[in-house]
Design a binder for this molecule. Structure first.
Ligand SMILES: [Zn+2]
Length: 167
């Protein structure tokens, strides 16, 4: 009764199988999308553990101070009026600058040899790095000399808080 299968039938069978396969894949993608938001630079993941609180990412770590060389026009603002991009007192040296798209303000980072710092500022260099997929943080230091001495380091930085989480 059944003749040779027509092309149409072959296509229909394959489409059905493909849709079925796709359905088995989609829920997985949805489930992992939340976790992967932070770690888009796959090569840089040192610890892809499922707990979002303890993730380590290889980051470019530089340093800046509040001088004209480091801050440009912002350095001209009177000391008592100066604020970080997140609205903090920049003369409290507990923060770092980053690209908020990768590391939102208030994200806490444990930087090896430095300790825990909070993202409270940003800068063009960090946003430029982010465009190239590079996590880049700039540690705020008290003097230009200190910042120069720090130089550029690539360190495994541990994320202490989840994206968007507040203090
Ligand atoms: Zn400086």
């Amino acid at each position: 009764m059944l003749k040779k299968p027509s092309h149409f039938m072959v296509i229909a069978v394959f489409t059905t199988l493909f849709v079925y396969w796709l359905k088995t894949k989609i829920p997985q993608c949805a489930a992992i999308s939340n976790k992967t938001r932070f770690v888009r630079v796959n090569d840089d993941i040192q610890d892809a553990s499922p707990t979002p609180e303890k993730r380590t990412i290889l980051m470019k770590v530089t340093a800046y101070c509040l001088c004209r060389k480091c801050c440009g026009k912002w350095a001209l603002i009177p000391r008592e009026k100066r604020k970080t991009a997140a609205g903090d007192n920049p003369f409290i040296f507990d923060g770092v600058a980053a690209a908020p798209k990768l590391l939102p303000y208030r994200t806490k980072l444990r930087i090896p040899g430095v300790g825990v710092k909070e993202v409270d500022d940003t800068g063009g260099a960090m946003r430029k790095s982010a465009k190239g997929g590079v996590y880049h943080v700039d540690i705020r230091m008290e003097s230009h000399k200190q910042a120069l001495e720090w130089g550029v380091k690539w360190l495994n930085v541990e994320l202490q808080t989840q994206q968007g989480e507040t203090r």
